[in-house]
Design a protein around this ligand. Structure first.
Ligand code: DQA
Length: 148
């Protein structure tokens, strides 16, 4: 039997608090709900997904480093770090596997400080503004060709 592909889904600060955040931007699902939906999609597509959430920049950097040679693709919502973490950007740049940046909200339609992503230039692409569906589409994109 062929080895299953593995995808790592990383979420940054405050994504563990979605239920207490503004549902206009982030929807009504909790991180756990989103993870369950992703697990179902992964099962359907016969891939393994692992989840990691942290409020700490250094922990996210370490997790990205530990993904080297372990995963076939990464989906990341760096949350607020999107807009200024050069450390997360540099860690992502080291990975030689496809990376998709996901945002629940449309960051380009919000405050100006959210328009810039310092991390997306080292990703294959970005999905934003589609709520939790963005994670599902990212899994599909990784499975439909862009993952080795
Ligand atoms: C977010 C958008 C960021 O600007 C914000 O800081 C977040 C969540 C999103 O998923 O829409 O925490 O990444």
């Amino acid at each position: 039997m062929l080895n299953k592909k593995r995808i790592l889904i990383i979420n940054g600060p405050n994504i563990n608090m979605l239920k207490s955040r503004d549902s206009i931007h982030y929807g009504i699902k909790s991180l756990e709900d989103i993870q369950d939906i992703c697990l179902n999609k992964a099962k359907e597509l016969s891939v393994d997904v692992d989840f990691f959430q942290s409020n700490s920049e250094g922990d996210i950097v370490s997790k990205i480093q530990s993904a080297i040679n372990k995963y076939n693709g990464v989906i990341i919502n760096p949350a607020a770090y999107t807009h200024y973490s050069i450390a997360i950007r540099d860690a992502l740049e080291i990975l030689d596997i496809p990376i998709i940046e996901v945002h629940l909200s449309n960051i380009h339609k919000r405050e100006e400080f959210r328009h810039k992503s310092v991390t997306v230039p080292v990703c294959n692409g970005q999905i934003c503004g589609l709520g939790y569906i963005g994670y599902v589409l990212a899994i599909e994109a990784l499975c439909n060709g862009i993952m080795e």
